[in-house]
Design a protein around this ligand. Structure first.
Ligand code: SF4
Ligand code: SF4
Length: 255
């Protein structure tokens, strides 16, 4: 999570464990689509993969047409944000009169809204999570009777699929920050390829004969080369190994 996102969440009221809030969002509510403009939304590697597959685009095409990117000054890791349309309202490119055109694959932040979710490493490879309520004046969903906890909202919105990949990614960023030294420029560019251009990463694995140097059984090798979601998970293992020489899921041959 970027420092600005963390600062934003820290400024919001926390939804403590077991506490509820009222909310419902549906086509026909008076504010429908009001929240899909002028957003400053960071896309995680998993968000990018889900969106670009939903749009049937290659990664280079998707990143060029739908994101702005830069290297974060504190980690030198890449950060991509969803690019709003260049109109007066700065609308999300995916919003239509009927709602979100990529609803089934909408980014994690859209799923969690009106909650923000902050995570911190739990020291055992997992994360501790906290929820915050983003209560914006234009959002009338809070006037509806449906009651949610952070956990039940997360489940209802299909966020669980996003959790494993996003939390893993956040843990890698947290480890880099803890170390206090940004990654090299070369590793930053490598992260763009491996984490955000998974289709290119799959070709890179074959070209560079990566499996010759790593302990990956044949079944997993096949899955990595055939399934982009498995390839993204492998990319995180590989990064962990390269950056910290220590990964629970991956070892170098002979190590
Ligand atoms: S991706 Fe969908 S839900 Fe998210 S801001 Fe765009 S239109 Fe709204
Ligand atoms: S502003 Fe709130 S209630 Fe209205 S469409 Fe957006 S999330 Fe739903």
């Amino acid at each position: 999570m970027s420092d600005e996102t963390q600062d934003f969440l820290d400024s919001l009221p926390e939804l403590e464990a077991g506490k509820t809030y009222n909310f419902k969002c549906y086509p026909g509510i008076s504010c429908f689509n009001a929240c899909c403009t002028d957003l400053n939304m960071i896309l995680t590697p998993y968000d990018v993969l889900r969106l670009r597959r939903a749009l049937h685009k290659g990664s280079v095409d998707f990143l060029r047409s739908h994101t702005t990117g830069h290297f974060s000054p504190d980690t030198q890791f890449p950060e991509f944000r969803l690019r709003m349309l260049d109109n007066e309202e700065k609308t999300c490119p995916f919003v239509t009169e009927q709602g979100c055109s990529v609803y089934a694959d909408r980014p994690g932040a859209c799923r969690m809204y009106p909650l923000g979710r902050a995570t911190s490493p739990d020291g055992e490879g997992g994360v501790c999570e906290r929820f915050f309520v983003v209560r914006e004046d234009h959002c009338k969903g809070f006037l509806e009777p449906n009651e949610w906890t952070g956990g039940s909202w997360k489940q209802d919105q299909g966020f669980e699929d996003y959790t494993a990949s996003n939390d893993r990614y956040m843990n890698i960023l947290a480890r880099i920050k803890e170390g206090g030294i940004p990654v090299s420029e070369k590793m930053g560019h490598m992260a763009v390829m491996a984490l955000y251009k998974v289709d290119e990463f799959q070709a890179f694995i074959t070209r560079m004969r990566l499996f010759d140097r790593l302990e990956v059984d044949e079944e997993r090798q096949k899955a990595i080369l055939e399934d982009e979601f498995v390839a993204l998970s492998f990319a995180m293992d590989w990064f962990e190994l390269m950056l910290f020489q220590d990964c629970a899921n991956l070892k170098e041959k002979g190590a």
